[in-house]
Unconditional design. Structure first.
Length: 392
């Protein structure tokens, strides 16, 4: 029952946070669900008291200091960042809870499947990607899919790249091309390319491995051929070609943000909501790193960068998690609300999973050992067997 509760909270949280991109009215039910879920989750975590590595407590001190600094500065600047501080703290708790939860693949991939199915129906019907969103752009198609992809990976924690990981990533790429978002296409290419290269290189080369690789290349080529035909017939490829690979408006936003900035604003963030130029872009910085810096101080940006460095160093041991998280991080360069927004939990969950010793079962998922014989052990997760991973 406890494991079922953990899984339901994680799946519900992931799904509900993604729903907020579709319409602002979703924030009310989502906020109530998350608030109620976190109230239930907190006593469970405190009761189990899992042992954690020293890096975990360093991260808590860092985030606690960041929250206090951001709130103190926000009180002097018309409370412009209260929402972002609340989302960061909620992401911390939710990400920690997710890092302790292990879900079956079919459950972990359910949110991704539902949203991908919805976008696919719109594609087949010839609808515009922007029709799905009330006040957000069509670029968030790739944001949502990448976030749900990495969430499923974190909850299943595969030890090696499987065929289905690459094929699902290819589906993310197809829908990103449909949405005509340059950042989404590049991040999806990074995801597909990284997973495919790792799949080819892992293990011993042989006839079976080579046959599977050749079959994947053939299947991907056929899928891209037919998908390209559909996208071209509906004009999406021409739209992407017309937009090109550069965007002067994003550069102008960054220049405007740093124009005349003070030292205190470099350290503690900047209230840019009285800037008439920013108002032209609906106060959207179009960069999640800059968004996190502006609302949650330079210290939170440093925290994000530190987590990404830690993640990249684990490529050999956790290739699927690392590649998925880095693709997600690459996507955050060209749109906001990924950090200091709905998906802060990705950073926290990734950090807590990677900090723990590999090859150990989470405390909440195993019976307590005998006190007389039990050494102190950190929380961790065992390597996932082939039967627990998608595509096997």
């Amino acid at each position: 029952m406890t494991r079922l509760f953990h899984t339901l909270v994680c799946i519900g949280g992931i799904t509900s946070l993604s729903l907020t991109f579709f319409h602002p009215a979703m924030w009310a039910p989502v906020g109530m669900f998350l608030g109620f879920a976190l109230l239930l989750v907190t006593p469970v975590i405190l009761a189990e008291k899992p042992a954690e590595p020293p890096g975990f407590f360093l991260a808590l001190i860092w985030i606690g200091t960041t929250a206090l600094l951001a709130l103190a500065y926000g009180f002097t600047e018309e409370l412009f960042n209260v929402k972002q501080v609340a989302l960061m703290l909620a992401g911390l708790l939710f990400g920690y809870f997710m890092s302790l939860t292990r879900a079956p693949p079919w459950v972990a991939w359910a949110p991704f499947g539902l949203f991908a199915l919805y976008f696919t129906i719109l594609l087949v019907l010839g609808r515009e990607p922007g029709d799905a969103f009330s006040r957000n752009s069509q670029n968030y198609v790739s944001v949502i899919l990448l976030a749900l992809y990495v969430s499923a990976i974190i909850m299943t924690r595969p030890s090696a790249v499987r065929i289905m990981h690459v094929l699902i990533a290819g589906f993310v790429l197809i829908l990103s091309v449909w949405a005509a978002g340059r950042g989404g296409i590049l991040a999806s290419l990074l995801l597909v390319g990284g997973l495919f290269v790792r799949f080819i290189s892992q293990g011993r080369p042989g006839i079976i491995h080579g046959t599977i690789a050749a079959f994947m290349i053939l299947a991907a080529s056929v899928a891209l051929f037919f998908a390209g035909g559909i996208l071209e017939s509906q004009g999406y490829l021409y739209k992407f070609e017309g937009r090109g690979l550069h965007d002067a408006s994003r550069l102008s936003i960054i220049i405007s943000y740093f124009d005349g900035i003070e030292i205190s604003e470099l350290l503690l963030g900047k209230n840019y909501y009285d800037d008439s130029f920013m108002a032209r872009w609906n106060f959207n910085l179009h960069n999640s790193y800059l968004d996190a810096w502006a609302h949650l101080t330079l210290y939170y940006l440093m925290f994000i960068v530190a987590v990404l460095v830690i993640t990249a160093r684990r490529l050999r041991r956790h290739p699927v998690i690392v590649i998925a998280v880095l693709a997600f991080a690459a996507r955050a360069v060209t749109d906001s609300q990924m950090f200091s927004g709905q998906y802060d939990y990705v950073i926290f969950a990734t950090l807590f999973v990677l900090l723990r010793e590999p090859g150990r079962e989470p405390v909440m998922a195993r019976p307590a050992p005998s006190p007389s014989r039990a050494p102190r052990r950190y929380v961790g997760s065992p390597r996932q067997s082939a039967s627990d991973e998608p595509g096997t």
